[in-house]
Ligand binder design. Structure first.
Ligand code: SF4
Length: 139
């Protein structure tokens, strides 16, 4: 019973942490759009959180670079389990336009287990909401 209540609470109020591991900021602006009155994801209980220790979901934008790899891993480890990762934008899904860069390792899944991929360059806020809704179904 208690487990069901915890799962229900988690699904109704996922707190997200956003991290850009080397993208152009285009996808980050789309994430900020989600918080505006037009898209208003807080109506789904989704709250943007500043500390990994309080987050449930890691929203990643940009490709993984040699410089950001360890930081990304450290942030992921600081999020308490259970936790989920969403790759936002083509760079995060596969390396995107930065794929052949000398310092680029590829998509987020080169470093972390990814639960939901949201492609697009930049990904539209509607696609992001769709990705988050898919994630909530998984939770
Ligand atoms: S997917 Fe496009 S908009 Fe998003 S970070 Fe990469 S280059 Fe920028």
């Amino acid at each position: 019973m208690l487990e069901r209540i915890v799962r229900w609470a988690r699904r109704k109020s996922p707190w997200i942490l956003h991290f850009n591991s080397g993208g152009c900021n285009g996808c980050d602006i789309e994430i900020l759009d989600l918080l505006t009155p037009r898209y208003d994801v807080e109506r789904l209980g989704i709250l943007k959180e500043a500390s990994p220790r309080h987050a449930d979901v890691l929203l990643c934008t940009g490709p993984v670079t040699r410089q950001s790899r360890d930081r990304l891993r450290r942030i992921y480890e600081q999020i308490p389990a259970p936790k989920w990762v969403v790759a936002v934008g083509s760079c995060s899904c596969s390396g995107g336009v930065f794929r052949d860069g000398y310092n680029v390792l590829g998509g987020i899944d080169q470093v972390l287990p990814v639960d939901v991929y949201v492609p697009g360059c930049p990904c539209r806020p509607e696609a992001l909401i769709d990705g988050l809704a898919r994630l909530l179904e998984m939770i």
